[in-house]
Design a protein around this ligand. Structure first.
Ligand code: ADP
Ligand code: MG
Length: 358
């Protein structure tokens, strides 16, 4: 197992990139701690696979270095990096049995037949395929083949890191949950460094100790699920994480007073004069719909989603979402909203701005 350091890393698929826009992966410095479980989260095309393939050695970066512990592996092959990678779509040997597919990485490394037999049995159980070990892979469903791919990725205990690139895409929803749980327990048991790529926030938040959020070729925040929820570093994180995402409201700010379309709103922190696009970010969970004081809103729709209600309203022409308890009665007199001041974040040009004590 290893700590993985990315040093001034960047990648462009073009041979002579000119501007930052030409980079699929913008310059990045980060150390992935040994033994930690990370999720790499972001929408399609933001550069997740590019980053993962650079770490595994399938892709050579146009700039920067990769270190495993203190060893520079930038030009080393995947095999030399001693990494297991599982892809979005199954990679199996059709003519081999499930058992031989699972055993392959162990045989390759010269493990003893007895160890191989035991380990393959154990992994077969983890992926729910004990009963099919002697079947040939050919003719199995895509779902079953992907489970074999996952199993092959997990079979070696001595890898430096385990990388997963959206591995549950073709797996049915129930089994998804089951396999994610298995991956998590595998992590607890062996303590591998794991990087799990997904575009699904639920998957990321339930799998990982730390979530790395990417947006447009850039890592915008690395944090625990709690940190991503409470203090999104970028409006994209606020919007992408949470359901519904964080409300983003244009405002002007003077010291500790925000002005939203002429309505004043005291903040918990004070700010030096700000230039650029200034916005408030407040999660729907920290907005309260009321009959009393507050900013004026018009309720458009109330959605009952079981454990709570989502209220969609209009605030000076901007949509604002409010989360209320399932027992909260919504009356037509509720035409104001208040924000929990401790949970109002300030963004300048989409990046979080920390204030000072007011
Ligand atoms: P993700 O995995 O987050 O969906 P990718 O890393 O696959 O994103 O892609 C990031 C960007 O790089 C996208 O704009 C994609 O079109 C581009 N890209 C990916 N692979 C290649 C390639 N082999 N050649 C050229 N451009 C690529
Ligand atoms: Mg991808």
């Amino acid at each position: 197992m290893a700590k993985i350091t990315l040093d001034n890393l960047a990648h462009s698929y073009l041979s002579s990139p000119k501007s930052e826009d030409d980079y699929a992966l913008k310059e990045l410095n980060h150390a992935w701690s040994d033994g930690e479980a990370y999720a790499l989260l972001g929408s399609s095309g933001c550069g997740k696979s590019t980053l993962l393939n650079i770490i595994s050695g399938l892709l050579e970066p146009s700039q920067g270095r990769i270190l495993f512990d203190d060893q520079d592996v930038t030009h080393a092959s995947t095999a030399d990096r001693n990494i297991a990678q599982v892809f979005q779509f199954p990679v199996v040997y059709d003519t081999m049995t499930v058992r031989d597919n699972l055993a392959f990485p162990l045989k390759n490394r010269g493990a003893s037949p007895q160890y191989i037999a035991e380990r393959v049995q154990q992994i077969g159980a983890m992926i729910g395929m004990e009963a099919m070990l002697d079947k040939r892979a050919r003719g199995l469903t895509a779902d079953a083949k992907q489970k074999i791919s996952l199993g092959r990725g997990m079979v070696r205990e001595d890898v430096n890191a385990l990388l997963f690139d959206e591995p549950l895409t073709v797996i049915d929803p129930h089994m998804k949950w089951e396999l994610r749980t298995q991956l998590k327990s595998l992590h607890h048991e062996f303590g591998h460094t794991m990087i799990y790529v997904t575009h699904d926030q639920t998957e990321a938040l339930t799998f990982a100790d730390k979530v790395v959020v990417m947006y447009d070729g850039r890592v915008v925040q690395i944090g625990t699920p709690q940190e991503l929820f409470e203090k999104p570093e970028h409006t994209f994180v606020g919007y992408f994480i949470g359901s519904p995402g964080m409300n983003v409201i244009p405002a002007a700010i003077e010291r500790n007073m925000a002005n939203v379309h002429g309505a004043e709103l005291p903040l918990a922190k004070a700010f030096a004069p700000l230039s650029g696009k200034v916005e408030l970010g407040v999660r729907p969970e920290y907005v309260t719909l009321t009959e009393g004081e507050g900013l004026p809103v018009q309720v458009r729709r109330v959605e009952d989603v079981g454990r709570h209600k989502i209220i969609r309203a209009d605030l000076f022409g901007t949509e604002i979402n409010i989360v209320a308890g399932e027992d909260t009665a919504i009356s037509p007199d509720m035409t104001r909203v208040t924000f929990d001041a401790d949970h109002v974040n300030v963004y300048v040009d989409d990046w979080l701005k920390e204030g000072e004590a007011a």
